[in-house]
Design a protein around this ligand. Structure first.
Ligand code: NI
Length: 390
């Protein structure tokens, strides 16, 4: 049972939707045009219920099956937002808004789920109900959390929920997934290092912030090498080192460091935060200055439920065959805000091959339209398998 015939027939139509979204990217929660198109299409398809404004600009469509025998509701989620990147693809349907670009393929995710919704509303070859979930602000705005806080799971009675993301480098038609922690928690930090500025030729008269900050940068690497259990994963990256002076002969009064911490384990996440604050403040203090740390918690680690991961992998095998499905792929230190939905509902997130394309978040990236029938068939098959019609 590979690609569903009806979805293969709809390939050109879904591709046109995808390219229209690509041409008109919107950032974060400002997905007004996109959300409007999604809601209008869901109504046109004959969804039983279309609710806008869940998580600000999020949209949910409910499609009821032939009966409610199981009383079950399966959630399928796509993200809709683009990125603040200047597109360099030169495609005929490239972004019409300079500085905004669908560089993560969320245009494709939205189009594939719309295609599946159209198919499911037409065929209704299942019992129970499907909630098709379109979320804004995946790229740093925690749109998934906003939808959960607006009652996404409880209001629609969702019992299990699934997500999907395209993966450049993975062949088209292939899937990758793993049970347990899949994407990392993504916390950010800012360290203000404060000393006493002055003439660079008189270090004894000053408290040198660049030396303090440098020592802090190096010492932070001991969190991974000396504090974390070596079998657990943690990344501490300092990504910005800014002084307030560009002169050759001035010791700056302040230095600002910025960076990110990535973990999978909740205890290790807490440990990394505590150690980072200690290292920064005590290192600065030991050198005669001080440091103030701002810790900004980001997305939690995204954890796939065991049973739903196997369900998702089985569906992928039905679509593409066993050889094309890796059900124990390596975890990723990037973040994904589908994590918030998986915190409150069992489910699983799967990667779908985008073929040999530029990496996501790159100005040359493009979602591969050949993926559309594969992804839409995965969604449709998942529903028909999980809630078989009598
Ligand atoms: Ni993405």
């Amino acid at each position: 049972m590979p690609i569903k015939n009806r979805l293969a027939e709809m390939h050109a139509e879904i591709t046109a939707w995808r390219r229209d979204l690509h041409e008109n990217p919107e950032l974060m929660y400002d997905t007004h045009r996109t959300s409007g198109i999604v809601a209008a299409k869901l109504r046109e398809f004959g969804c039983d219920e279309v609710v806008e404004g869940i998580g600000r600009t999020g949209v949910v469509g409910i499609i009821k099956g032939k009966s409610d025998r199981h009383g079950h509701v399966v959630g399928l989620r796509a993200d809709m937002d683009a990125l603040p990147i200047i597109e360099a693809t030169g495609l005929p349907y490239a972004s019409k808004t300079p500085g905004k670009m669908h560089a993560c393929g969320h245009d494709g995710h939205t189009a594939m789920l719309l295609g599946a919704a159209k198919y499911l509303a037409e065929t209704r070859n299942f019992d129970g109900a499907v909630a098709v979930v379109f979320q804004p602000a995946e790229e740093g705005g925690a749109g998934g959390e906003a939808m959960v806080k607006d009652g996404l799971i409880t209001r629609f009675g969702i019992k299990e929920i699934y997500g999907m993301h395209n993966a450049p480098g993975l062949p088209v038609g292939h899937f990758s997934i793993k049970p347990g922690p899949f994407y990392a928690a993504t916390d950010n930090f800012t360290i203000h290092v404060i000393g006493k500025g002055g003439h660079a030729a008189q270090p004894h008269a000053n408290v040198d912030t660049t030396v303090m900050a440098s020592q802090i940068v190096m010492s932070l690497q001991t969190i991974a090498s000396r504090n974390a259990n070596p079998v657990d994963s943690v990344v501490v990256s300092v990504t910005s080192f800014r002084t307030e002076s560009e002169a050759w002969n001035v010791i700056p009064e302040r230095v600002e460091l910025r960076g990110t911490v990535r973990t999978f384990d909740a205890d290790l996440r807490k440990l990394a935060e505590e150690r980072l604050i200690s290292i920064a403040t005590l290192t600065a203090q030991s050198l005669g200055g001080r440091a103030e740390v701002e810790w900004s918690p980001g997305y939690p680690s995204m954890v796939n439920a065991e049973a739903e991961t196997q369900i998702a992998a089985d569906i992928a095998r039905k679509i593409s065959g066993s050889a094309a499905v890796n059900d124990n792929t390596a975890p990723i230190m990037g973040g994904e805000d589908f994590a918030y939905m998986l915190e409150v509902c069992p489910g699983a997130y799967i990667q779908i091959g985008n073929g040999d394309s530029a990496e996501v978040h790159h100005p040359l990236y493009n979602f591969n339209d050949e993926v559309i029938p594969v992804g839409a068939s995965y969604w449709a098959e998942l529903v028909e398998t999980r809630m078989p019609a009598a």
